[in-house]
Design a protein around this ligand. Sequence first.
Ligand code: ARG
Length: 474
Amino acid sequence: MTGPATPSARPAPAANAMWGGRFAAGPDAIMQAINASIGFDRRLAEQDIRASRAHAAMLAATGIVTDSDAAAIGEGLLTVLSEIGTGAFPFRADLEDIHMNVEARLAELIGPAAGRLHTARSRNDQVAVDARLWVRDQCDAAVDGITALMRAFVAQADAGADWPMPGFTHMQVAQPVTWGHHMMAYVEMLARDRGRFVDARRRMNECPLGAAALAGTSFPVDRDMTAAALGFDRPTANSLDSVSDRDFALEYLAAASICAMHLSRFAEELVIWSTAQFRFVTLSDRWTTGSSIMPQKRNPDAAELLRAKLGRILGATVALFTVMKGLPLTYSKDMQEDKEPIFDAADTLMLGLAAMTGMVGDMQASRAALAAAAATGFSTATDLADWLVREAGLPFRQAHHVTGTLVALAEARGCDLPELDLAAMQGVHPGITAGVFEVLGVANSVASRRSYGGTAPDRVREQVARWKAALDMA
Ligand code: ARG
C-alpha cells in the first residue's frame, strides 16, 4: 500500500464477478487491501491448477460436466499455467486470490465453459487441497535437504572418528570425546527431524477435494478419483474437518521448528569453534566474510545468520497456532493468514539447510587444536576416579573426593593431571600406582568409553558405517 488510505477515499469498484450476484457495489479499497491474498497465494498457482485439472477430469468421468467442456477446461488451465510460468499472467488484486484469478483468466481464454469448473467445489476445499499439496512438497524437500546435511556430517565424522576433542557440559570441559562422535550426534538429531517430516507427510496425505464449502456436495463426485490423481492415499473422511483444519501445516511447522533448533545449535558451535580462542574449525571463504576495517577478520556470518534466521521458523509456528487457536468450525477467513508463515518458514528452512550443508562440507577441523583442548580442563578426572574404583577398590563417592583433591593440587601447581608426580598423588591416596598414568591420557580415555553409543573410536566407526550404508554413501 502506498501512503495512508482513508476508507471510501476511492470510488467503489464494480461488484465481484465471482460472487457479486447480490452485491450492488464493490468493496472499499481498504477492504480489498485487507482481503486480497493474491500478493502471496500466487505461490499456490501450480498446485491450484493441478487440483483443478484433477477436479475437471473427475467431473467429466462422473458425467457432471460434458467431456468437451472438461477438455476445454483442462487445456485452458495448461495455458494459464504456462502464462504464469512465463510471467505473462495478469494477476489482479480485485480478484482476491489465486483461485479466482485462475478461474477468471480461464473464462477469458475458453468462455462460459470455465464457469462449470467450480461445480461441486468451493474455494474452501480448493485452498485446503492446494495448501496440502504445497506443504507435502515441502516435506519432501526437507527430507532431501536434511539427507544432504546428514551426509556432510557423516563425511566429517568419517575423517575424524578418532580425533580427541573436549566434550562439554555447561560449556565447561567435561570429558574427552572424539570429533567423529560430536559430528554423529547431529546425524542422530537430523535423522529424527527427517522422520518427523515423513510422519507429517503420511498423516496429511488425504485429499479434501469434494468437501466443497463444508458439508460435502449433492453432485455424484468421485472423491477416490481426485485423491488418486493427486497422489493422495485416500479422501478425507469428514467434510467439516477437511475445510477447517490446518494441523497438517502446523505439523510441518513444528517439524521445521525442531529441525531449525538443531541447526541453530550447530551454528552456535561453529561461531564459537571458529574464534581465535578455540580454533577448532576453519570455515571456508565461501561461508565467511571479511571486515572492512580489520584485515585479520574472517567472520562466520552464515553461521550467525542461521542462528538468528531459524528463529523465524518458530515465529511462523507460533503465528499459525495463534490464527487457529479458538477458531470455531468450519472455515473462517482468519485461515487465509496461514500462508505467509508457511511460505516464510519453508524458504528459511531450505535456505538454512543448504547453507549448513555447504558450511559443514567445507569446514576444516584442526586436529591439533582439538587434541590440545581435549587435554585441558582436567578432562580425564572422571577416568582417574573410575581407575580408583577399579584398581584401588574405592567406592565411587570416595574416588570422586580423592580425584577432586588431586585436581585442586594440580590447579595449585598450575599443571594438568598427567603432570602430577606419583609421589604427590600417593600423598593424597596411598593406593595410587604408576598404572594410573595410562588412563590420564585423552586417547586412552576416549578408547575406554566403549559402551554402546559411547565415544570410543571403534564405536564411532560402527555408527559411521551404519549411516554410510543407510545414506547410500560410497
Ligand atoms: N483465499 C482464501 C484462503 O486462503 C481462499 C478461501 C476463501 N474462502 C471463502 N469462503 N472466502 O483462505
